[in-house]
Structure formats: C-alpha cells, structure tokens
Design a protein around this ligand. Structure first.
Ligand SMILES: Nc1ncnc2c1ncn2[C@@H]1O[C@H](COP(=O)(O)OP(=O)(O)OP(=O)(O)O)[C@@H](O)[C@H]1O
Ligand SMILES: [Ca+2]
Ligand SMILES: [Ca+2]
Ligand SMILES: [Ca+2]
Length: 580
C-alpha cells in the first residue's frame, strides 16, 4: 500500500512536486493567521490551500489578503484531478485532448470565435447597481459588493459574482455558467441557500446578483477558532449544512464542491445563518443516473467519484470530511500531493484514536463514521444524518428523503420471495433506526394508516422547485405503478424503505440478521431450487455451485447464510459471470 496519511504525518511522494507549505503539518490549529483583515471577510492564510498539490484548485486561492505561494491562477478543479488519476493508473497523459469536456478549450472552433456567449440575460447592470469593492475571488471571476440604485431593492447592498466571458472557452463551459445560474435561481428559496436576486450580462461578463453574506467563509471561522469547534457548535453548523443538502438532493441536484470555503455566514454574529454558495460544479441528476465526471476538490472528493460512478452520496462524503475537520481540527485524508490524497481517500481509515477523539462523544464519532463510509450505499443520506441521535436534540426539522423513494420502488418491483425476506428483516430493525423511517412515513402523510402512489406523488410535488423538473425526479413515480392498487402500512413501509447495506454496516448486524432469520423461518422461508434462486438473484448457471451452499440440504430452504446473502444481493461487479 502506498503512503497514506491521517492527520499529523506528512511525507513527499516522488512523482509530483510538493507545494510549499507554511507549516509542515495539516493541523489547522497550528497554522498562523494572516494579519490582513478585510471588512467583509477576514481572510486568513489557509492551510486548506497551501498544502494543495500543484493543480488542485482551492476556490479562494486568489482571495485578496490571503497569502499563497502559487504563481498561477488556479485551474478548474476538474482537470488536475483527472490528470492525477491518469498518472496513478500509469497511463500516459493524453497528448492533446482534455479528459473533462467542461474545460477543454475550443471544442467549438478556433479561438472560441464561433462560441455564442449570449445568454439572453438583462443588459443594464450599471444602470441598476453601483459596484463596490471586491469581497472574494474564484477561478471563474470575482465577487463584489454592490448597491441597488433603483427599484424595490433601492439602497440595499448585494453581492455580485462576476464571471468573465473570456474564460468561457468551450460550449460546455458556457453551459456550466447557464446551469449555475439556473440552479441558484431554482434553489433560492431555502433558508440555507444564498438568495438569488437577478442576473445580467454585457460583452465581457455575466453578473449574478445575490444576497450579500457579510459573515465570511466557514473556513475562516474554523481557522479563527484555532481549527476546532466544540461539539455543540459543530452540531449547529452541520444541521444547517445538512438542511441545505437534504433540500437540494431532494431536488435532484448534486453540489459536487462542498467544502468550508463554499459556506458563508450572513453576518459576523456567532449565531449567524450559514448559506451554501457556488453551484459552479453542480449538476442535475436523474433518479436512475450515475455521474462519471471527476470534479471537486481533492481533500473532499469521495472514493466513488474517483471510481467515476457516483450520485448524491458523494456530497455526503464531503460533509463527512467537513464534520471530521470541525470536530478535531485535522483533515481525515491528507497527503502532500494529489496522488497521496487520493490513495488516502481510497484506502486509508481516518484516525479516530488520537486526541481530541477520546474526548468526543460516541454519537458524534458514530455520526462522522457513518458519513465517511467508503461504500456509498452504507453512507447516511442528508435526511438520515439530520435524524441521527447526535443531531436529533438540535431539532433540525426533517425532510423527505428521495433515497426512500428509490428503495420503495425496488421493493414493489421485487419478487414475492424477496419481499418476504425484507418483511422479516423489517421486524428486526433496531428502534434507533426506526426513528428515521417513522419520520419519513409521517412526511408521506399516510391516509388510513397506509401509503399509496398518491402519497408519494403529493409529497414530491409539495417540495418541488424548478430544479426538480430539470432533474426529472418525478419520473420515478411512473415506475411505481404497483402502488396504485397497493397500500403500504408502516410495517411494510419499513420493509420497503430499509437499506440492507446500511444495516450491514451496523455493529449489531449479526444480531439483526439472526433475529430477522427467525422471523423469516416462521413466515417466509420455503423450499427453493438452485435454478429458482439464481433467477431471484439474476445470476447465471455458473453461480449454481455457490448458490447450492445457501440452501439447507435438510429441507431445501434457505440457510442463515443463504438468507443473509440473498438480502445483500449480488453487487454489479460480482454479478453473473463472477459470483463470489
Ligand atoms: N453572496 C456572497 N456574499 C459574500 N461573498 C461571496 C458571495 N458569493 C461569493 N462570495 C465570495 O467570493 C468567493 C468566490 O465565489 P464563488 O466560490 O462562487 O466563485 P467561483 O469563481 O465559483 O470560485 P471557485 O474557484 O471556488 O470555483 C467566495 O469564496 C466568497 O468568499
Ligand atoms: Ca468557491
Ligand atoms: Ca465554483
Ligand atoms: Ca457535466
């Protein structure tokens, strides 16, 4: 195994040039603060960017007042991540083309001349707003303070993100800007989303007018506190992050760049509201879709993103990284080069032993671990995280979880044998886990104690924004037709909505499975042939020898092992040709 670091270790890999760091350790607390304050954001020298390997773009790298040793403006995070991936796999860098279309230059013509950079946005920015000083900077442009000159916002201060058209060098990068604006607009209503006001353009720039967040970035607050948040304060932050994330995930939006630089406080107050910003890397995702473009920031990137098949769970990983940092002041996955960080993300287990972890509550630790699970199927969703015991007393307000829709969908489409296996499992779900399912059941507003398709439709409609129409999540309802006649009571809803993978990740899994099998023996287990079982599992004849071991020779029914394996199902990799 390569060099994997957690926390205070650091070392240099030979294949890449390490970036100079102000400190040899990734520990936030030891990083000296920049003495240069600014009225809007107090920028500190950031340990999040200085140890970044060349090429990984930390968004605030060019923020005024921040010290960094990088002579060049940072490129998009997407490109360098891909380049490093290719190096890891030992493949030669491709000579000309760019791996990620978003940033490939001139796909539409020489010098980008044929690109239509007209967005159809309003043109009279200057007439409406008086521009002030810069408050932040990113790789596409910068953000300024501004004041409305007329209209109902007259006199109000706002933030204007100025995105340079000169940097839009491909049709796809133009599409990215269009999508960013569309997303900001559609998601704007939520308490923890930055409020969108307007968008303008001229020949040089696109101007996104939004609510001014005067409290600075979450990153700066972490630094100002010496890198570590007391649990109570960390909870307050995370509830807000999760509430925003549960909201946009339900809209079918993946953020893909969640990190402390992309959360801003509305004011300098200790209890200021936190807002998520920067949907520049975000995308809509259909319910049955997996994304494959590798984008994000190295320290926060989920393993399945590096494996090029991911969905909303990737954001949950990033929130796990943020939680880890908030609680202990160190990064869970650290390396001085991009490759080293990726190796860590893919293979290393974060350190939960060193100080301050022994002094952190067991539920807090459990919370972080359930987010930093490398298997995305075992990771908590945002809605689940809000229902986790660690946050429950924060009264976070629960939100409908779209992952429940996906699970219910596959339940109602499953074979009767599989459904009875899941019904038996539902009887063994620990009370702690039932809390979440009960909340989801209630959010679906059961009629006469049960749920039919109508409930699922109405609930989704209640939360729908324009973003949900774009991501086409409601399409899932067309595939849930069996629920027209059927009605799920709470017990069956649990069988439908429970995630086998998540239960498997629990320490008590052995007990849960044992107890579930007892129920299954009473009301679900039956004689089943190897052929029939293979059909149930959608595997071919070469799996017969293996499946034979799952059936008891005494009575021809599933054994305990067989039941547990049957619940788990075959994973894509081991399906048909290579069952394990
Ligand atoms: N609404 C706002 N209020 C105050 N400051 C803001 C606001 N929006 C952005 N900023 C500041 O500007 C910085 C850059 O904004 P943003 O992250 O949206 O730009 P970007 O060009 O997409 O950057 P990146 O390089 O991270 O992709 C933020 O980190 C923040 O400091
Ligand atoms: Ca940013
Ligand atoms: Ca961005
Ligand atoms: Ca894309």
């Amino acid at each position: 195994m390569g060099l994997c670091y957690s926390r205070n270790t650091s070392s240099v890999k030979d294949d890449e040039i390490p970036v100079e760091q102000p400190s040899q350790t990734p520990r936030l607390a030891s990083i000296p603060q920049s003495p240069v304050p600014s009225e809007v954001n107090s920028y500190a020298s950031s340990p999040f960017q200085s140890p970044l390997p060349a090429g990984v773009a930390p968004s605030p790298a060019r923020t005024p007042g921040r010290k960094f040793k990088w002579p060049f403006p940072p490129p998009s995070p997407a490109k360098p991540i891909m380049a490093a991936l290719r190096r890891r796999r030992g493949a030669p860098p491709r000579p000309r083309d760019e791996p990620i279309p978003e940033d490939s230059e001139d796909v539409d013509g020489v010098g980008g001349e044929r690109l239509d950079k007209n967005f159809g946005f309003g043109k009279n920015m200057e007439g409406k707003y008086e521009m002030g000083k810069e408050v932040g900077r990113g790789h596409f442009g910068h953000t300024c303070w501004a004041k409305a000159k007329k209209g109902k916002m007259k006199g109000q201060t706002v933030a204007v993100k100025i995105i340079s058209k000169a940097k839009m060098t491909s049709a796809l990068s133009i599409e990215d800007v269009r999508r960013e604006v569309k997303l900001l607009k559609a998601l704007s209503g939520h308490k923890h989303m930055v409020k969108f006001y307007d968008v303008y353009e001229d020949n040089d720039n696109v101007y996104v007018v939004m609510e001014l967040c005067e409290g600075g970035e979450l990153l700066d607050r972490i630094l100002a506190r010496g890198g570590k948040y007391p649990e109570v304060d960390a909870k307050r932050i995370l509830v807000q992050i999760l509430s925003a994330t549960a909201f946009f995930h339900l809209q079918g939006v993946v953020h893909r760049d969640l990190k402390p630089e992309n959360f801003l406080f509305t004011s300098r107050n200790e209890d200021a509201v936190l807002k998520v910003i920067d949907f520049g890397l975000s995308d809509f995702i259909r319910y049955d879709q997996r994304l494959n473009d590798v984008v994000g920031s190295a320290y926060y990137v989920a393993p399945e993103v590096l494996h090029r098949s991911y969905s909303t769970e990737a954001d949950m990983w990033s929130i796990g990284v943020i939680s880890y940092i908030l609680l202990c002041g160190s990064r869970p996955f650290y390396g001085r080069t991009e490759s080293a960080i990726f190796r860590c993300v893919l293979r290393a287990n974060p350190n939960f032993e060193d100080m301050p972890w022994p002094s952190i509550s067991p539920t807090g630790k459990d919370f972080v671990k359930r987010l930093l699970n490398k298997d995305h199927r075992k990771r908590m969703t945002a809605a689940q995280a809000l229902a986790h015991p660690w946050l429950r007393d924060e009264n976070p307000g629960l939100l409908l979880d779209f992952s429940v829709y996906k699970l219910v969908r596959s339940y109602i489409r499953a074979s009767p044998f599989r459904r009875s296996a899941l019904k038996a499992l539902a009887k063994a779900i620990p009370d702690e886990e039932l809390v979440f399912l009960k909340a989801q059941f209630m959010l679906l507003d059961p009629k006469d104690g049960g749920l039919s398709l109508n409930n699922f439709t109405t609930a989704l409609t209640r939360y729908a924004t324009d973003a949900m129409m774009e991501s086409k999540l409601p399409d899932i309802l067309n595939t849930m037709q069996p629920l027209v006649q059927k009605k799920l009571d709470f017990e069956e809803f649990c069988a439908a909505g429970v995630s086998v993978y998540q239960l498997e990740a629990l320490e008590e899994w052995e007990q849960i499975a044992t107890s579930a099998f007892e129920h299954f023996e009473q009301e679900g287990n039956r004689v089943i042939s190897v052929q029939e079982l293979a059909g149930e599992m959608s595997v071919g004849p070469n799996a017969y020898p293996l499946l034979k071991d799952w059936i008891r020779s005494s009575d021809g029914k599933l054994s305990f092992l067989g039941y547990a394996k049957f619940l788990h199902g075959v994973t894509v990799r081991s399906s048909s040709s290579r069952p394990r």
